[in-house]
Design a protein around this ligand. Structure first.
Ligand code: ADP
Length: 260
């Protein structure tokens, strides 16, 4: 059989040069990779000198205290406080690079949820900030989780509640069993978050940018890391808020096959 070769007389459509698009995606992936590498190396390399600065500052603080030079000892205590802040920022950057490389590791075991929560409340140091923490802890069971990681989430949510309620109002912390989950919540009566921003607060490096919010320090990483931890522990995290009235941040963890 003979099929004559037909020539195209007319063509209507869009011709896309996909080689350019592929090159663009590859370029983006390369840049993302470079960014992840930079984050990882920078945070690792900065940690060592920061740790030794902290050790020397603590040593000097003890020396001055012994000598009765309280003025110098106070200055050194403030220096240690700032170094601690720097350490937390570096840890956050390191966690972000681990998340990007899918290397956030978990050491899971059975832990009393109540112990994890109360340890954090004790460490929250609200006496200094002037806030009053009110607790309604009704869940007394164990959960199977990485204690340090869940502690990190709780500490982050409590410190945000403190940071974003400058009027030093009460902060309400609750735990409760809901169906097959345990739910933790922190409610503050602070600056709140507007409707258009609430959906983005769990994004990497996202900070609400109003004139007022510039006065709060932070990198916009705590909630992003918290959300990833909760996701990897099989739970959910969410927030409800009203501007100028306050926010409630909650997470749930599954109890299925979990209670011992
Ligand atoms: P950071 O506090 O370091 O900026 P987070 O990831 O913890 O980063 O929070 C992201 C943003 O969400 C904050 O910059 C802030 O704008 C908003 N936010 C978080 N917690 C609260 C809160 N309790 N009240 C009001 N705004 C909050």
């Amino acid at each position: 059989l003979y099929h004559p070769v037909k020539t195209v007389q007319q063509f209507a459509g869009i011709v896309r040069d996909i080689t350019k698009e592929i090159a663009g995606i590859e370029e983006q992936q390369k840049l993302q990779h470079q960014k992840d590498n930079f984050l990882s190396i920078a945070s690792h390399e900065l940690k060592t000198p920061v740790t030794s600065i902290k050790a020397y500052a603590q040593l000097l603080e003890r020396m001055f205290k012994k000598e009765g030079d309280t003025q110098k000892a106070d200055m050194l205590a403030r220096l240690t406080g700032q170094v601690n802040r720097l350490t937390i920022l570096l840890e956050d950057l390191l966690d972000v690079s681990k998340i990007s490389n899918d290397k956030l590791s978990f050491k899971r075991d059975y832990h009393s949820f109540n112990d994890i929560v109360t340890d954090n409340i004790r460490d929250a140091d609200c006496q200094e900030s002037g806030h009053h923490l009110e607790m309604h802890l009704s869940f007394m069971g164990n959960i199977y989780c990485d204690r340090m990681r869940i502690s990190q989430v709780i500490s982050n949510l409590i410190s945000n509640a403190v940071k974003y309620s400058p009027e030093r109002d009460n902060i309400l912390i609750t735990t409760a069993q809901r169906g097959t989950d345990v739910v933790f919540s922190v409610q503050d009566f602070g600056i709140g978050i507007s409707k258009e921003n609430i959906g983005r607060v769990f994004d990497q490096f996202y900070r609400v940018s109003t004139a007022e919010s510039y006065s709060y320090q932070g990198m916009g990483l705590g909630l992003f890391i918290s959300a990833e931890i909760i996701r990897q522990e099989g739970g959910r995290i969410w927030a409800e808020s009203e501007e100028n009235a306050g926010s409630t941040f909650c997470f749930s963890l599954p109890l299925v096959n979990n209670i011992r």
